[in-house]
Write a protein that binds this ligand. Sequence first.
Ligand code: SF4
Length: 190
Amino acid sequence: MHNTYKCKSSFNLSHIEPHTHIYGPGTRFSIWLQGCTLGCKGCWNTQMWPHRENTFVHREKLYQQILSTPEISGVTFLGGEPLEQADNTLWLIKRIKEKTDLTSVVYTGFEQSELEAKGYWPTLYENSDLIISGRYQQSLRNTYLRLRGSTNQKLIYPLDSRLMKESDGGNEIEIVIDSLGSITTLGYPD
Ligand code: SF4
């Protein structure tokens, strides 16, 4: 899975969990990308801020890994900031939409207007099923939100989304224990 080299078609990843249940509907292959320059005060993922070299995976290889993962209903992109690796993120979302029945959920700290200015919005909107956008604002934190950290963040279901709008209430966390017994806590407990 780990590459020791990078090219422009490689993701720089922080972490992957192939089976998560709290980042959108169903069982989801979740991908945390390394690197975010947005610097939200109170961010829980500061170790994912530096765009340092972490784990490089060619986008085609990651796509094949997703295809070979059983019992998932979709893919969720988090970070870090997925749209700071826009070429590869948009390529993968488009590939998933065109070639599979899997849905895509994308967390981004950027606002829609910023993504429009960067030219990313049309591809993101046309190929995602749910976009959760906007900076995390500590003063607007609400621990009763299931899919968002703060109330300013927007849940955007594109017109041809394959996901049903669902309630955003109820904080959830998930504890993953791998085959070696190491424990990872996902989500943000109060
Ligand atoms: S956009 Fe997300 S990862 Fe980036 S600083 Fe804000 S909360 Fe943290």
